[in-house]
Design a binder for this molecule. Structure first.
Ligand code: NAD
Length: 316
């Protein structure tokens, strides 16, 4: 991976692709109101501030808010699309609504491109592959995405999901350009490093790390109701937030600093929807974590750390 750093932002190559992603990525799922209602004008300001400050990687999906996040992101990017690296997804459209068929993938990207107001995305990802049938993903979904790449509708293609072994099984069976993993590298868990990274490096597959705040657990307000982690995880995070406050520190900032300082991923995607979120992410990216506080929090989390939950058809 090659690093270039104009201003304060660092850019890293996504695997063997030509894409140089900002180390801080803009996760656009909150634009679909999945963490609470978003004020559209504020979301517009957040997207523009992020671009002005060097964040060039934006990730969205038709699943987030059932197309609302894509609609809002497309609107916010009007006139600035060419400045950024845009990733969306296909195959997942609702909590229980999946279509990994070749026809579904084609219809999915056509509709996404309209909402995003563009003629191509830079990265098209099969969304949450552990919910699909492995042979269909390998023999039908990924080949359909490669055809869309040949047609210029996507510059590169990848897969996303939660169970690392499901992602690895698919990437072993069919070449992909990138893997997006979430909730596997942050203050509460770090098995990404031992399970996925060397596999991806051997094959020059780019890795994107999502959810450095463990999908809201590591924020002061806590996680939304749909969060899959058990109560002990949320309780430990509340204790950690209090401990940080007592020390004049901020748990989300520490969590972001921890994830941003991991160099083996091309980008860390933070879910953002306000200028305050963007500013706090940028501040965290500019300084390393306080080692002493980090150790205290890691000790506090040790009884609940590396907890994983079931997802899709996978066992872990
Ligand atoms: P996250 O861990 O980034 O947490 C997001 C929450 O933290 C939001 O409520 C946000 O408002 C809040 N937040 C952001 N910055 C903050 C700060 N500095 N201080 C306090 N609170 C802050 O979780 P996420 O949004 O789920 O993950 C990031 C992105 O990664 C998503 O938006 C999405 O683009 C991607 N993602 C993809 C998948 C997948 O493909 N299956 C899964 C999860 C995430």
């Amino acid at each position: 991976n090659q690093d270039i750093a104009p201003g304060t932002m660092t850019y890293r190559q996504l695997g063997a692709t030509e894409l140089m992603l900002s180390m801080v990525g803009f996760g656009a799922s909150p634009l679909g109101d999945v963490f609470g209602a978003v004020e559209p004008q504020e979301a517009l300001r957040a997207v523009n501030l992020a671009i002005d400050e060097g964040i060039n990687f934006f990730d969205v999906s038709p699943y987030y808010g059932r197309t609302l996040a894509e609609e809002r992101l497309g609107w916010a990017l009007e006139g600035r699309r060419e400045k950024i690296i845009l990733a969306t997804k296909c195959g997942r459209y609702g909590t229980d609504s999946f279509d990994f068929s070749s026809k579904g993938i084609r219809n999915g990207i056509e509709a996404s491109l309209k909402r995003l107001r563009t003629d191509h995305v830079d990265l098209l990802q099969a969304h949450d592959v552990e919910f699909g049938d492995v042979s269909q993903i390998v023999e039908e979904t990924v080949p359909a995405m490669r055809r869309l790449q040949e047609e210029g509708k996507a510059r590169y293609i990848g897969i996303t999901g939660y169970p690392l072994l499901s992602l690895i099984a698919i990437a072993k069976a069919v070449p992909v350009d990138s893997i997006l993993s979430y909730c596997h590298y942050n203050l509460m868990i770090d098995d990404l490093n031992s399970i996925l990274i060397s596999f991806a490096e051997e094959r020059s597959i780019g890795v994107i790390n999502a959810s450095p705040l463990h999908m809201g657990v590591l924020t002061d307000g806590g996680a939304p109701d749909w969060h899959p982690a058990p109560a002990e995880v949320h309780e430990a995070a509340k204790k950690a937030a209090t401990l940080c406050r007592e020390r004049g520190a901020d748990l989300p900032e520490l969590a972001l600093q921890f994830s941003f300082s991991y160099p083996k991923v091309a980008s860390t995607l933070v879910g953002m929807s306000s200028t305050e979120d963007v500013r706090r992410s940028l501040r965290a990216a500019m300084s390393p974590p306080d080692r002493d506080l980090l150790q205290r929090i890691q000790e506090l989390f040790s009884p609940v750390s590396n907890h994983v939950w079931p997802s899709g058809n996978a066992r872990t």
